[in-house]
Design a protein around this ligand. Structure first.
Ligand SMILES: C[S@@+](CC[C@H](N)C(=O)[O-])C[C@H]1O[C@@H](n2cnc3c(N)ncnc32)[C@H](O)[C@@H]1O
Length: 297
């Protein structure tokens, strides 16, 4: 069973955790280093004993540190969401705006959690001034008791892991985080995609992509990078431009996702895993095996 983290973000890898886990290097590593941790769902499920989880988005890191330091607990979350949920039910959009304005002034981590769940489509987007600007999801009834319990439990499970293991959360640019890795470390790399979901924290340009390729060519650590390869409409230009040229291993696999609010529309995406080590052989009995096509491996 996949453990779900307490926040949602664009590009979250919940559905890809099994495929990523099946492609981790054989043998031990000292530290798991993740320069683009986002929701942290991959580390949360792999549960390395030591980890540095970093992201440029200071709000994610602040929330995760607060959970680790126990200033935010499942009980605190439950009480806060119950109270805020009641206010949302009474005042709808007006209350959502109060919380959003407050968050954009104070950066409060509980408000961040609330906005992440009450906003439109559960996305995370910040304007050029770094302010959260996603509109209200128009579900004033959202925080029903079962939903509050579900989020409090997600916080609880996350807290169990981050207090038991030796994990550190950093606000940092990826260049700084990758530079910390030594030959004994493992890097899991999940960068933003150029031209998609771009906002204050996820803006990504050609120079960033070039710097990432260069940092990964130089790193003494083993790394695994996940990115999209193609769908029925287009291919990721960066694969040919940057990743295929470098002396890395690539493995492709298909992944299905739902498009829009109905269950009926299914999209198919081919994902790429890129590494600087030989991928482990997969047994045919592994469910991931059947999604894979080999390419340049
Ligand atoms: C594709 S998401 C990672 C998703 C994550 N693997 C998950 O499953 O939730 C990319 C993340 O990179 C972060 N990011 C964008 N630019 C960055 C940079 N220059 N340095 C560090 N983090 C950055 C974004 O804030 C975002 O959380």
């Amino acid at each position: 069973m996949i453990i779900v983290p307490p926040i949602k973000c664009q590009g979250i890898k919940t559905r890809l955790v099994s495929s990523i886990r099946a492609h981790l290097p054989e043998g031990d590593f000292v530290r798991w280093i993740e320069p683009f941790c986002g929701s942290g769902v991959v580390a949360l499920n792999v549960q390395p004993a030591r980890a540095i989880l970093a992201d440029k988005n200071r709000h994610i890191i602040a929330l995760y540190r607060a959970i680790q330091q126990k200033s935010i607990t499942p009980g605190v979350v439950r009480e806060y969401l119950q109270q805020s949920g009641e206010r949302l039910q009474q005042d709808g959009q007006d209350f959502y705006n109060v919380v959003r304005n407050r968050f954009n002034t104070t950066g409060d981590s509980l408000d961040f959690l609330f906005l992440n769940r009450a906003c439109f489509n559960g996305v995370m987007r910040f304007n050029r001034r770094g302010e959260f600007n996603v509109p209200f999801g128009h579900k004033p009834e959202r925080f029903r008791p079962a939903y509050v319990t579900k989020i409090a439990n997600q916080v609880g499970r996350f807290q169990d892991v981050v207090t038991r293991l030796d994990w550190r959360f950093d606000v940092a640019d990826f260049r700084e985080t990758i530079a910390k890795a030594t030959a004994d470390d493992f890097l899991y790399i999940d960068p933003p995609y150029a031209g998609r979901h771009s906002d204050y924290f996820t803006a990504w340009n050609e120079q960033d992509e070039r710097d990432l390729v260069e940092a990964l060519q130089k790193t003494p650590a083993r790394f695994l990078l996940s990115t999209w390869h193609h769908n029925q409409y287009r291919s990721n230009p960066s694969i040919e431009e940057h990743w295929q040229r470098a002396p890395f291993h690539t493995r492709l696999f298909k992944h299905f996702y739902h498009v829009g609010p109905t269950e009926a529309r299914r999209g198919e995406m081919t994902e790429a895993l890129i590494s600087n080590y030989r991928f482990p052989a997969l047994a045919e009995s592994d469910p991931v095996y059947h999604q894979i096509s080999l390419f340049g491996d």
